[in-house]
Design a protein around this ligand. Structure first.
Ligand code: PEP
Length: 250
């Protein structure tokens, strides 16, 4: 049985008091979530300690949104995987399209981040997905294939078992456009097929999330697809009611 996950990426939103209030609102309603759905929140780095303190008595896990590609040292402004793990986080998002697009993150960098996250006991939520022009040109399979092969195919099976994959078509992120359930299922099945070629039966155990304008009104249809195991939620995760409603879509 694959783990079902609904993860909220808060991005660069909320002050610490606002983030604490959001975490408290989620904690207050966590009993309304089906027991087999793992909720995760990914607040900004500044919020990790207070949000972890609020959520540590609940089943909600806390994730970072990124980690450094070096273990420690003179890298001003960076936050190491070991530091993230030391405050009780159990996940980190890696390779989000905004990191790739705005901060020049490449597969080479992501290989290093992936290794450090895993070494420090963090479970990576590895994001892949094509840009709008790549989808229009029919290149979405080849783009996603490269992102998967270049970063995940160097992992051992033991490491891969700890990775969550998130398919996020860039044209659907924050735009209100959502991939149709058919489009999403098609590429999720493709990703699982790639993982099967490399890792065999382990592919059936890997959670693959959909991300891109997922909201309470479309979550049920997306989550009903056989290869969609939950969602990585941006905008809608900033409202506790919407985030809980998406998790209840299972
Ligand atoms: C995201 O950035 O991971 C995301 C899915 O954002 P949104 O839900 O706002 O499209």
């Amino acid at each position: 049985m694959r783990k079902k996950i609904v993860a909220g990426n808060w991005k660069m939103n909320t002050t610490v008091p606002e983030g604490k209030a959001l975490a408290e609102a989620i904690a207050a309603r966590v009993k309304e979530i089906p027991a087999d759905v793992q909720l995760i929140v990914a607040p900004p780095f500044t919020h990790l300690v207070p949000v972890s303190e609020i959520l540590c008595k609940t089943p909600v896990a806390v994730s970072a949104q990124d980690c450094a590609d070096e273990p420690k040292g003179a890298f001003t402004g960076e936050v190491a995987a070991s530091m993230i793990a030391s405050v009780g986080c159990t996940y980190t998002i890696l390779g989000h399209s905004e990191r790739r697009q705005y901060y020049g993150e490449t597969s080479q960098t992501l290989v290093k981040k992936m290794a450090l996250a895993l070494e420090n006991g963090l479970k990576p939520i590895y994001c892949v997905g094509e840009m709008k022009d790549e989808r229009v040109a029919g290149r979405h399979f080849e783009v996603v294939k490269a992102q998967i092969e270049e970063v995940l195919f160097g992992l051992s099976a033991e490491q891969m078992a700890k990775v969550v994959v998130a398919y996020e078509p860039v044209w659907a992120i924050g735009t209100g456009l959502t991939a149709t359930a058919e489009q999403a299922q098609e590429i999720h099945a493709y990703i699982r097929g790639l993982l099967r070629e490399k890792f065999g039966a382990l592919a059936e155990e890997i959670t693959i999330l959909y991300g891109g304008s997922c909201k309470p009104s479309n979550a049920k249809e997306l989550f009903a697809c056989p290869d969609i195991d939950g969602g990585l939620i941006g905008g809608a995760s900033l409202k506790a009611d919407d985030f809980i409603a998406i998790a209840q879509a299972y």
